[in-house]
Design a protein around this ligand. Sequence first.
Ligand code: AMP
Ligand code: GLY
Length: 423
Amino acid sequence: MNILLIGSGGREHALAWKLAQSPSCDTLFAAPGNPGIAEEAELVDLNIADHMAVISFCAGHDIGLVVVGPEAPLADGLADSLRDAGIPVFGPNRKAAQLEGSKGFTKDMCAAANIPTAGYRRHNSKASALTGLAEFKPPFVIKADGLAAGKGVIIAEALEDAQAAIEDMFGGGFGDAGASIVLEEFMTGEEASFFALTDGIDVVAFGSAQDHKRVGDGDTGPNTGGMGAYSPAAVLTEAIQADVMERIIKPTVAYMAAHNMPYSGVLFAGLMLTGEGPKLIEYNARFGDPECQVLMSRFTGDLATLMLAVAKGELASAPVPTFSGDVALTVVMAANGYPGTPQKGGAISLNDVRTGKIFHAGTAEKDGQLIANGGRVLNVTATGATVTEAQINAYAVVDGIDFPSGFFRRDIGWREVEREAAM
Ligand code: AMP
Ligand code: GLY
């Protein structure tokens, strides 16, 4: 089977690396890909927004499966177009992708299906949102409804800051994403990510991870797309995962099916482990980045066959996903300036590092030199028997890389490293 992978980040490099290992994968194509992905796949120059062009590429190259990495093409209906053309696709249709694309939609679903999450109110005008703040206590949680590249959530201690965030969202500071907003109760607890695969009917667990969203050591500074992650997240015990499956994931899949928008693909649940049990913070309609990098480092099955089973609605007869017992940990090396405007073009020397696995997130090649070409640039991934060991192994690789115009966090995995030290 020939496969087309859509995307160009570290998540897609990890998917390409794993797909290329599948016995059922003949030729792997990636659009647009990056220099790391080019080691696993043939890069193709396709306009992803032009669905007819993607379909005709698939027809011309005997593509048996399309894997969509990022959320934007899903929200844009690429999976719908491919399904309509009879091409198996891993990733949800546009309406199902609302689970990520509209926070209000997901909150309403949680209310209807009795799924544990923070209490909320939706507002479609600035005046009602400003008045509605009175229903909440600080810290105030204000969310733009739509896709905002991970930047659409403001947590404000002071009422004035909450009001300013509302003014900004309705003033167009978040583009169309802020035309409607959600106010939420603040939840306290540790965050973790849980992944499940579903073909719209059947569901299987696909591992856990913990991300590090803040830019600085000790979880300080502004939010980013994620500065590092490890898997599995031991805080998500077997019992909690079973609870999440029964009370959050399965009711979601059932709700979507019952409302004529069956969800097919990976369901990525951002969870808050509160004193009242796990609660849903948000859903994503795709793998996490960099969570995917650590999941793929531990996944021991045949990814192409599994994704095809999801795409074809045959998950019930697919082998249950298996993972190595090791911990995987990834450190994001970012370009100076990130999460603001990153400095592009800085030289990178990988220095023939031979341990770990370096996924390319935002790189390019210029005159034979690897350079930074985005905010998050490299995802340095290693494994170990414990988080402590995986952390040591990952930073040994990081320290062998020369990237003078970049930076990284030194403490990825710190919560679990502290717990392991206390054991
Ligand atoms: P989201 O984009 O919805 O994942 O939100 C980004 C981050 O904001 C989350 O990872 C949490 O750290 C935080 N957050 C979102 N909603 C809440 C909430 N209701 N209570 C506390 N923290 C939240
Ligand atoms: N790392 C968080 C995300 O992919 O949304």
